[in-house]
Design a protein around this ligand. Structure first.
Ligand SMILES: Nc1ncnc2c1ncn2[C@@H]1O[C@H](COP(=O)(O)OP(=O)(O)OP(=O)(O)O)[C@@H](O)[C@H]1O
Length: 542
């Protein structure tokens, strides 16, 4: 069972300790029953015993203490396991490679990290009580066998039929639950489409209607599946209860036929069977919750393994690269995967040098591979063939972490973090002067390591992303269409003042751009066509 495996792998508590504590709680539970049964019999005979009262109080105390220990320890343990699992997944995501991560749906990752861990967290106490109830049922049956072998045979007969039917149904329910969860994930994808594409939807009623219809279809199909599954679960609970009542009736009506039992044995056996109702209901009631939690554990495990698969460099080696004279891309090739049957786009073979202190522009029409090449240059994508060398030294998979730290990037799909993560030591005077230079002074400030606001215009947000890149202060600055959203005045300032100033301060600049008015700013221009370098020339010749 995946849930058990997942929790077991992560738990530090030895199996023996868990079995011991749950066992003591369960046996003391049965002990309470035995003492009550015994005392009731003596009460009927009008014999009151102080010893029985003391025994009852003692078993009750053991029950309360051990039960409390079980629930407290299990809650604490499950929550810390989930915390570790969440952090492990986040760590895997952090170390995953960009390309395969892009291909995993965001909804699937959100579901794995947030929704499924919540399912397990909520299910944990019920599952623990279910396990404990199973132990109680076992010991109650032993007690029943001791009371009356025939009552035991009847109970085991009924319970065996119920359990066989139960497990057959459970297989079906589990399969349906998986499908329902899959449908729900598709639905969450469509929901994020609505939220992220809200403006486009608002502007186009036909688009809005079609997306809504699509969402409705998946939601309906997920709902139908959930209803079928839950109805099956409900039928199952009713069937189990009916079996139970039949068992009680059989003890009362059939037991005297099979064995010459005294009235008190029939009475004690009936009390014992009635006592079984609590743990048995808990056990049966916990099964669907356990099935939900198990399905969630399977999904977490599948996602965890998928994330592990797409992490090429879980153990990076510190190469200590902090500067360079020349980066060489040698016969570099790269191809996107195609799941659709279309010919996937490919880059290369690329031969390119990036020299320290130069301004290098990448140009070419839309879709010619500029952004893809930039991702290869900065080490976000890995080449299929060829190599990247820094001053002649090849960068291997494990050396990519340090290699990436040579670059500050602002891509067209950049993300602005609310806080200046990783830049806790920034000099506030430098921040203020950069805000001034970028025309953001008075609009936004840095307070306690975070931006005072991100409610800015598109161009202003991009300037803020540039500010973060500048604060990183790394040798190479990489821009993908940075100036595309800037007004003409700032665009001119960016190309004619800022780039040359950064160059004079020793920075290397690699920028993908369509701004042919400013091509003269570059030391070299590389033009791409269909993933290959078509021309590479010093700017003045262009
Ligand atoms: N994640 C992806 N998976 C598969 N193919 C992709 C992916 N991203 C881009 N492509 C393909 O790679 C090709 C080049 O895209 P790229 O973004 O590198 O072009 P570009 O030159 O930067 O274009 P633009 O000037 O429009 O920004 C595209 O034609 C596209 O088909």
């Amino acid at each position: 069972m995946k849930l058990y495996e997942l929790l077991r792998q992560q738990s530090d508590i030895p199996n023996r300790t868990i079995v011991l504590v749950i066992g003591i709680a369960a046996i003391s539970n049965v002990g309470v029953l035995a003492v009550i049964n015994n005392a009731a019999q003596h009460a009927a005979e009008q014999v009151h015993s102080f010893r029985e009262l003391a025994l009852f109080i003692l078993t009750l105390l053991i029950f309360v203490v051990s039960e409390r220990a079980v629930l407290r320890t299990s809650t604490r343990e499950v929550e810390s396991i989930l915390h570790r699992l969440r952090m492990r997944m986040m760590s895997r995501i952090r170390h995953a490679d960009l390309l395969p991560l892009e291909s995993i749906g965001r909804a699937q990752i959100d579901a794995g990290v947030a929704k499924e861990t919540l399912v397990i967290s909520q299910a944990a106490p019920v599952v623990i009580m279910g396990i404990q109830s199973a132990i109680v049922v076992f010991f109650v049956l032993l007690y029943l066998a001791w009371l009356s072998p025939w009552a035991f045979i009847l109970a085991v007969g009924f319970l065996s039929i119920a359990v066989t039917v139960h497990f057959n149904k459970l297989k079906l329910v589990n399969a349906e639950l998986h499908e329902a969860l899959r449908q729900e994930n598709r639905m969450f994808d469509a929901v994020s489409d609505i939220l992220e594409g809200f403006k486009e939807i608002k502007m186009n009623a036909a688009r809005s209607n079609e997306l809504y219809t699509f969402l409705n279809q998946i939601s309906e199909s997920a709902t139908t599946l959930k209803i079928t599954t839950k109805t099956r679960q409900a039928d199952h609970i009713i069937w189990t209860q009916a079996m139970f009542f039949l068992l009680v009736a059989s003890i009362i009506f059939l037991l005297p036929q099979f064995s010459v039992s005294h009235n008190e044995v029939v009475l004690q056996a009936t009390t014992t069977i009635v006592f079984l109702l609590g743990p048995l209901s808990m056990l049966v009631g916990s099964m669907p919750v356990m099935a939900d939690a198990n399905a969630a554990a399977e999904n977490i495990d599948a996602m965890d393994r998928e994330l592990e698969r797409i992490t090429r460099t879980p153990h990076p080696i510190r190469t200590g690269i902090t500067r360079f004279d020349q980066i060489t891309l040698e016969t570099l090739t790269f191809n996107y995967a195609s799941n659709t049957g279309d010919t996937p786009f490919g880059i290369g073979p690329i031969e390119l040098d990036i020299r320290s202190g130069e301004i290098l522009f990448l140009t070419g029409g839309n879709g010619t591979g500029k952004s893809t090449l930039l991702k290869l240059i900065v080490g976000l994508y890995f080449p299929e063939k060829g190599s990247i060398r820094v001053d002649g030294i090849p960068i291997t998979d494990t050396g990519y972490d340090d290699y990436r730290s040579l670059f500050s990037i602002v891509f067209s799909d950049y993300h602005l973090f609310q806080r200046l993560y990783g830049l806790s030591e920034v000099d506030s005077r430098r921040v203020d002067s950069l805000l001034q230079e970028l025309g953001l002074a008075g609009k936004v400030s840095v307070l306690d390591g975070g931006f005072s606001t991100l409610d800015l215009s598109t161009g202003q947000r991009k300037r803020l992303a540039l500010l973060v890149a500048l604060l990183e202060d790394r040798p190479i600055m990489v821009f993908d269409e940075w100036a595309a959203d800037q007004d003409p005045i700032f665009r001119k300032k960016f190309y004619e003042e800022m780039l040359p100033a950064w160059k004079s301060s020793g920075k290397t600049i690699v920028a993908a751009t369509h701004d042919d008015r400013y091509f003269s700013v570059a030391d070299r221009i590389v033009a791409l066509e269909n993933g290959r370098i078509q021309t590479s020339s010093p700017a003045p010749d262009l």
